[in-house]
Ligand binder design. Structure first.
Ligand code: AP5
Length: 191
């Protein structure tokens, strides 16, 4: 399976991505996680990404696209993959289209998790207490929501027009959301 999972910050993309990846035997590729690993290791990519992430802004497309291209070229992506947090801009959609064409493959579905705005803020403030992620302060969470609304929400219509969109209610217990995602994916033709 070749999938994307989308949704606003805190919608539960990373949480659900782990279950989807395990269930379908594909790697979950989170651009946010790759950036954070680079920040922890102090690599040049991490130094570059950190100033954007800490402000709640997107890392420039050129940096992100090259990183995803390298990751998709790895052997474990042969049977499929789940992209979490990529693409996030129209330019990234076009870049991903090119990467898939070069590989001679297509996306099967784009899962979008829908969650109330206030629930999201509460989830992320709670995560700030547990994990201490640098971009989980209230101001930066609000900025991430604004950037998502402006840059990424329009991608939902792009994928809807392509007939790839699976909108899934992301409210409720984690296991309930997982069941809804599996039901939507299992109903795909050929799944
Ligand atoms: P990224 O790491 O992708 O952050 P995000 O999109 O803001 O998403 P989050 O990780 O905050 O939330 P999530 O939807 O994964 O939810 P989660 O499962 O963690 O990106 C971070 C930054 O990197 C970006 O701001 C940008 O700077 C940069 N970046 C990344 N990709 C980029 C790209 N393509 N282009 C440019 N820049 C890019 O859940 C959140 C919390 O809620 C957790 O504590 C979880 O335990 C909890 N939770 C989950 N589900 C439930 C539930 N059902 N009920 C209760 N709690 C729940």
């Amino acid at each position: 399976m070749r999938l994307i999972i989308m949704g606003p910050p805190g919608a539960g993309k990373g949480t659900q991505a782990r279950f989807i990846a395990e269930h379908y035997g594909i790697p979950a590729i989170s651009t946010g996680d790759i950036f954070r690993a680079n920040v922890s290791e102090g690599t040049p990519l991490g130094v570059e990404a950190k100033r954007f992430m800490d402000a709640g802004e997107y890392v420039p497309d050129t940096v992100t696209n090259a990183m995803v291209r390298d990751r998709l070229a790895e052997a474990d992506c042969e049977p499929g993959f789940l992209l979490d947090g990529y693409p996030r801009t129209v330019a990234q959609v076009q870049e991903l289209d090119g990467m898939l064409t070069e590989r001679g493959c297509e996306l099967q579905a784009v899962v979008v998790l829908t969650v109330d705005g206030e629930e999201i803020v509460q989830r992320l403030l709670q995560r700030a207490v547990v994990e201490g992620r640098a971009d989980d302060t209230e101001d930066v969470i609000r900025r991430r929501q604004e950037v998502y609304a402006k840059e990424t929400a329009p991608l939902i219509d792009v994928y809807r027009e392509r007939g790839l969109l699976l909108e899934v209610d992301g409210m409720g217990e984690v296991a309930e959301v997982t069941s809804r995602v599996f039901a939507a994916l299992d109903a795909l033709p050929g799944a």
